[in-house]
Design a protein around this ligand. Structure first.
Ligand code: ZN
Length: 392
């Protein structure tokens, strides 16, 4: 689908700009007209992290006239493996300021606007209204749905990307011409179902692969060249080294961009994405114990099967004495349920109590109606019972 240019061209390029952008100017599809459009463009990057780093650097180099950066975090040493807009000497600094300094070094002609605040329902509309295009580099579902809904309500296009380990996805969501993020993913996954990069890791260079797709799409949308990823989802697999696209259709029943939208203003996105499933909420009623209760059961010598549903890498860091490791996935696949002892009380726990609540619903449904889970998980256990052990 070919779309009209998003922004009008600037009146003219200076001599310095002609020199700087000459390799763009001699591409017939970009040429003077396209470069003037980039000069006039206002692009907001949500996040100056893994995806925001390459996105901001290439948008700056390309000559986007105004670049906004929404970021409230500070640079941490663990960011440097992939967030290449920041360097060693930036550790501890504001990420927004660090990113601004890098952008200025790449291209001093760019006007950089910093928004050092957490994006939420109270500020998103006013912020997005100042820009033509949004680049979404966030890594959590609450912000993704917030960005999507705000863009639909403001009728703005945005370029979305996501990364995890060796896999990436990208698309352009623009409700006027195609689907939005909710058409593709109407509901957020249950908490704990999709681990973040902080929990599961990410290959650093994957950020460049997906971030550069986002910039490419941004330039195409701003200047009206080529076929943007509107109505298509790009799926990248670094291990197989494959890129494939799948069609994404606009959902006529979409809650925000459909015919009869139920979301006509911003909602509480933390609540929308943060609640545990209804099954888990039901399962934990009257079946949640405190660390003190568990300790007293252990001290009384009760017949217990304490099951830790975390991952082996987490178990290596800290565990409760006497517990057995059975990762949550083994319950989801079904094989773990058949191995549960019938003559002991089942006590489930995870890191914070979210994953164990989900497993508790499965265990109870399988007939272990007196099973319980540890509220607050091993974090609460360590804090209250064994403070000498590490938490993470
Ligand atoms: Zn939609």
């Amino acid at each position: 689908m070919k779309l009209p240019p998003l922004v009008e061209p600037a009146a003219q390029l200076s001599v310095d700009e002609v020199r700087r952008y000459s390799r763009h100017l001699i591409i017939p599809d970009v040429a003077m007209d396209g470069q003037k459009r980039l000069k006039n463009a206002k692009v907001l990057c949500v996040g100056a992290g893994g995806l925001g780093s390459p996105a901001l650097m290439y948008l700056a180099a390309a000559g986007v006239g105004t670049l906004g950066i929404v970021e409230f975090d500070t640079v941490d040493e663990s960011n440097l493996q992939r967030q290449i807009i920041h360097g060693q000497s930036d550790v501890g600094r504001s990420k927004a300021e660090s990113a601004r300094d890098s952008v200025r070094e790449i291209n001093p002609l760019v006007n950089v606007q910093l928004h050092e605040e957490r994006l939420d329902s109270s500020n998103v509309m006013e912020l997005f209204a100042q820009y033509d295009l949004i680049i979404d580099g966030t890594d959590n579902f609450a912000t993704r749905y917030l960005v999507n809904d705000a863009c639909v309500l403001l009728n703005k296009p945005y370029v979305w990307g996501s990364i995890y380990r060796f896999d990436g996805q990208a698309s352009v969501f623009w409700a006027e011409y195609g689907p939005c993020y909710r058409c593709l993913y109407p509901e957020p996954p249950p908490p704990g179902m999709v681990p973040s990069c902080a929990e599961g890791g990410v290959l650093g260079v994957l950020c460049a692969s997906i971030g550069s797709i986002q910039v490419t799409e941004g330039i195409k949308v701003l200047t009206g060249i080529g076929e943007p990823l509107v109505g298509r989802l790009m799926i990248y697999d670094a291990l197989e080294m494959t890129y494939r696209t799948v069609k994404v259709r606009k959902d006529p029943e979409c809650a925000v961009c459909g015919k009869n939208p139920t979301v006509t203003e911003l909602i509480d996105y933390e609540a929308f994405c943060g609640a545990v499933s209804e099954e888990a909420q039901e399962a934990v009623k009257d079946s949640t114990i405190t660390p003190k209760t568990l300790k007293s059961w252990i001290d009384e010598g009760q017949s217990l099967e304490i099951i830790d549903v975390r991952e082996p890498a987490e178990w290596e860091i800290v565990s409760i004495d006497g517990a057995k490791l059975v990762p949550k996935n083994e319950f989801l696949m079904g094989d773990a349920l058949t191995k549960l002892p019938q003559d002991k009380k089942i006590v489930l726990h995870c890191k914070s109590g979210v994953r164990s609540a989900e497993v508790l619903a499965l265990v109870k449904a399988a007939g272990f109606t007196d099973a319980v889970h540890l509220g607050g998980g091993i974090v609460s256990w360590v804090n209250q019972i064994e403070p000498q052990k590490p938490i993470y």
